[in-house]
Design a protein around this ligand. Structure first.
Ligand SMILES: C[S@@+](CC[C@H](N)C(=O)[O-])C[C@H]1O[C@@H](n2cnc3c(N)ncnc32)[C@H](O)[C@@H]1O
Length: 378
């Protein structure tokens, strides 16, 4: 199969699973992703998979080409029109910048910043190899936006952000929109936000999972590599004293099968349940890794050197590991029942507002450095 046919097949697959607008589909068909991933088998570039392109010394991923499905979702949330001025935070391989350049067209402008100069150099090479001259890549800390080219109609972060940087809001036009993977107590959602009077309000929310922003604007989230091969990582919303949970995970678990049916059994538990847990359980954690079945992701409760996590079989199952595993599994099963009773809310049903100063809006309040987020399920 030639590369154009492979791209067409990738777009067809995405469209079976989700809505993809015609302009975004056309951009995905036009931009040769394999040229942004040299050294990777070109066939792999047209799978709907994220591809890690750089890790830090602890083995944590620090750059990747994101999964095409979430890129398509975010591009549709962003709604770039021909002629728009667009700022991207997190250039990575440059692939998304090329898609943005297609959407903004010859009368638009795309600037993409990355904090890592090695990645910036590579992204420029990839764009040149793809013959794409409509995107400028700059080495800078994205927390400052990129004032030299402001104002922007659209701003997108393709890296997980903990708060809305004041510079982004200041550099957007009055009717501008931003789309960012925003941290909600350790769970990320891709939020499209616009001004609504004195505050910012979400227009759409979608589940997502991005590596976290580096530099002074980084949030307090923690990612621990529990095992390298096969990869197993534990994420916490903020630093917390824990024991050694890795040995507990190898022990036979105590299992509680909940009465909550799982419509999509598999190695990844639903984002709605993770979000519920993050918003209601301070000892929340996420566990992700690679298994024979591919990428796995689950959420649970961690305390000391014990941990309980969810498994998605025909029903949701709470599995407790370690000395206090049985108790944690019972508590986790309680959260599953509460989520079910609340009507199984999902990320898409969330409304997010970002306020500056005192807030009297009803909902779950999350205090950030520059904003107070107010969340409510619709
Ligand atoms: C998931 S990758 C972006 C993928 C990219 N959009 C693509 O199409 O390949 C996230 C990127 O954000 C960058 N990043 C992390 N912290 C940053 C910061 N403070 N400012 C700018 N870029 C940052 C990382 O170096 C990494 O390349």
């Amino acid at each position: 199969m030639d590369f154009a046919t492979q791209r067409e097949a990738m777009v067809a697959l995405l469209r079976e699973r989700q809505e993809v607008s015609e302009p975004v589909a056309a951009a995905l068909r036009a931009v040769p992703r394999h040229l942004f991933l040299p050294g990777i088998d070109p066939g792999d570039a047209y799978r709907d998979e994220p591809i890690v392109t750089k890790r830090d010394e602890a083995g944590r991923p620090i750059s990747s080409s994101s999964q095409p499905a979430i890129m398509a979702t975010m591009l549709d949330q962003l709604g770039v029109a021909p002629g728009h001025r667009v700022l991207e935070i997190g250039a990575g391989t440059g692939y998304n910048a090329a898609l943005l350049a297609r959407l903004a067209g010859p009368d638009g402008l795309v600037v993409s910043v990355d904090i890592d100069d090695e990645l910036v150099a590579r992204a420029r090479e990839h764009l040149a190899a793809a013959g794409e001259s409509g995107a400028e890549v700059v080495c800078a800390d994205g927390a400052q936006g990129y004032p030299a080219r402001a104002p922007y109609d659209r701003l997108i972060a393709t890296v997980g952000v903990w708060d809305l940087a004041p510079a982004w809001l200041a550099q957007l036009r009055p009717d501008g929109r931003l789309v960012v993977p925003l941290d909600l107590r350790g769970v990320q959602v891709s939020v499209a936000m616009e001004r609504d009077g004195e505050h910012w309000a979400s227009r759409s929310v979608a589940p997502c999972g991005f590596m976290r922003m580096r530099g002074p604007f980084a949030g307090p989230e923690v990612l621990m590599v529990l095992r390298r091969d096969p990869e197993l990582m534990l994420a916490l919303p903020a630093p917390r004293k824990l024991g050694d949970v890795a040995p507990a995970l190898d022990a036979v678990p105590t299992e509680i099968t909940t009465k909550v049916e799982e419509p999509a059994p598999g190695p990844v538990i639903g984002m709605g349940m993770s979000l519920w847990l993050a918003l209601h359980e301070p000892r929340w954690c996420a566990l992700s890794g690679q298994t024979a079945a591919g990428h796995s992701f689950t959420a649970g409760i961690v305390e000391g050197d014990s941990i309980a996590v969810l498994a998605a079989e025909d029903y949701l199952i709470a599995r407790g590991h370690g000395a206090d595993g049985a108790r944690l599994a019972a508590e986790l099963a309680g959260h599953v029942a509460a989520w079910d009773q609340a009507g199984r809310p999902e990320a898409g049903g969330l409304r997010v507002e970002a306020h500056h100063g005192p807030v009297d809006a009803e909902g779950i309040h999350i205090e950030k450095r520059h904003t107070t987020l107010v969340l409510a399920f619709r």
